[in-house]
Design a protein around this ligand. Sequence first.
Ligand code: GLN
Length: 415
Amino acid sequence: MKTPIPDYLATILDQVRDQDGGRMADTVDELRDAPPERLALALCTADGHIYDAGDAGEEYTIQSISKPFVYALALQELGPDAVADVVGVEPSGEAFNELSLDENNNRPVNPMINAGAIVVNQLINGAGSDVDERVEKIRDLFSRLAGRELVIDEQLCRSELAGADRNLAIAHLLRSHGIIRDDAHSAVLSYTRQCSILVTTRDLAVMSATLASGGVQPLTGEKILHPEVCRLTMAVMSSAGMYDGAGRWMADVGIPAKSGVSGGLIGALPGQLGIATLSPRLDTQGNSYRGVRIFGKLSRDMGLHLMSADHHAVPGVRSVTRDGDSTVIRLQGTINFTAAESILHELASHNLGGEELVLDVSRVTSFNRMGRRMVKEGLRRLRESGFICAIYDPEDVVGDLEFADGTYADTVNEL
Ligand code: GLN
């Protein structure tokens, strides 16, 4: 059986492909001239299963999506109190490059706007660090998070630095209040190099999955960040990751997220998934126009909103047993997207024997919409590949037994 998840992702991309709202970033030539039609979506589960669609292997600069990860590194190196001394955790309701500080204590209000990110960058590798060593520490962290060696786009970095007046103004303001010690030029150089690291949409999905799974990189198994660091980082992403679109985002999509000016967008669903999209045209808030729409669809279709009630991840498959010619697959718990993904992964990789297959859902507490749709599609595909399939559902938890092609699932009354 071939898992239907990549098909779902491709369908979602097809649904937004024609939408050409938003504008290319125009700060530097490299961003303005990037291919505007690029479109990608990638998911990485906490188990390290990756699914993608579209241009998920194309590289672009990470830009502001670097901010949560460098914030996490600062929290890890210095602890939350020392970081809280120089940057707040309140939403700003302002544009990313606003020249503003908290009027009570002169700190940037959060680490997701440029002022906050410039301060946080300065914390890495100790007060006496030079720019190269600090940036190397960040590049090394990002590489471990992505599970491959990442490099800096030197050409784009030079262009950004040539037009960095606003970030320089922010750095001067920070320095005038004694919040950073480096001179404004090295502070902006260091921050801009962090923004110029090249990633793919797949990399970003894996990096966000590491945040989502409490700091364990799902592919390499390396414990990179403390769980508390990930929790705090995702909390700040949920209130400030989308700049002044953050409230609307939390209401509509409900996934801790961060956007970047290259058109990347990440979401980290605690305990479950890392998600990333790419589409370079930006809306008036500076967030990817189609990316925001893809996330809206994913959240609604797949039941991913953090405030929805169906977030209980249990291993969806209880057992797979063989009895003569028939294989019985027992499911359990609440079947949401994450549980269904693990079930489909199991079904696709298991060498199922025999001719008959019974899906026992008697221990399933409930299915959400996406969980039901995915499990039924898995069963339909198994039937298509030649198995005689049936569902054992004494308490009628599946409800609607119609498959996507209009046929119906067979049922058995006893096991
Ligand atoms: N390097 C960019 C800047 O600081 C990043 C901004 C962004 O991605 N929103 O201007």
